[in-house]
Design a protein around this ligand. Sequence first.
Ligand code: PMP
Length: 405
Amino acid sequence: ADDNNNNNSNNGAPPPATVRQSPVINLDRGDPSVFEPYWKKNGGKCTITISGHESLSYFSDPHSVCWYMEPELQEAIRRVHRIVGNARTEGYHVVVGTGSTVLFQAALYALSSSSAAVAQPMKVVCAAPYYSQYKEQVELLQSRLYEWGGDAKTYDDEDKTAPFIEVVTSPNNPDGSLREAMVANKTENGGKLIHDLAYYWPNYTPITRPADNDIMLFTLTKCTGHAGSRIGWALVKDVAVAQKMTSFMQITTIGVSKDSQLQAAKILQVVADDCESKAGAFGYGGDDADRTFFGECRKVMAGRWEKLREVVKGKDVFGLPKYPKRYCNFSGRYFQPAPAFGWLECKEGCDASALMKANNVLTRGGETFGASNRYTRITMIGREEEFDCFLERISGIHCVDEDKD
Ligand code: PMP
């Protein structure tokens, strides 16, 4: 397996013996293990008991558009958003999914099937670098309703009226940037929007305002780190869209595991209780917010970013995006975003992920995100030991210029 690692970035020279012997570090995945220490300490509060008679029915709440949604999950979702202030929930319908992944597909279906006569598949665009799964999901079933339209920055709506869908990921995966719609906000065109706000939580980024977009996707995966519970939710303004998304869920999976919903509700209640118990009489002062789940996790993320920047600063090989400090309404202080991924840039002519791979570090290369291979994405939310090991490894990386050899 080593032979494909040695060439690109070390210019044919075999890697040093230390690299050949060193274990492979996998920073390709977005598994949120960073929160494990917190939950090992506090997870006992989330224990629930589900009795054998509780998951018998498909149905949960006949009063809700999303009829398979457990009422306590809906209540916990609305409560956490109210406390954190990252999204408006009044006037919105909640639709629950098996992770937000399936809700992305439900939203595509809802938006594309409601256009009266679909002469052509609707284009789905997203500004590069974009989350690689969007393209894969859009293309998977070769739908006649929608098709991948690529980078929103270069999207050219030929007749200026054809309906299309723009996905806005903010903060963005992979580069952590805060984003607004690029094309679909111009009222003269037929653009519809899906906002993926998976990372709009104070453990990663300052909460500057409650988001109030038409379709907003969130997930427990990135909020609390419970990727394995597979619970995501959409906040949807238009009831007809919420109904269509629910139909998609009904036809594809007839709902979402009640056990998972109940566990997720409990986790969110524990997070909300924790926040409320630490908020002072006048809301959060910085110190109160720092002691909440979000505050503690932010400290860990910020610590990792500080260490990474320190290592990168000492090398002329790499660059990292800079994020301005912003005021966080939840935390009551200014801080710099500490995104879930590092978007590492190498100098011109260098293949960043190949360079990493030559040093036994697996990352996800820029092309996967519709960007140049000078960039690669590294996870910042993996395990501590792995992250520290990575820092040590990159301190020793050299990128040899081809023309200097
Ligand atoms: N959106 C974005 C931007 C993501 O990064 C992820 C997870 N990597 C998801 C959606 C999907 O999350 P899940 O299906 O686990 O809820």
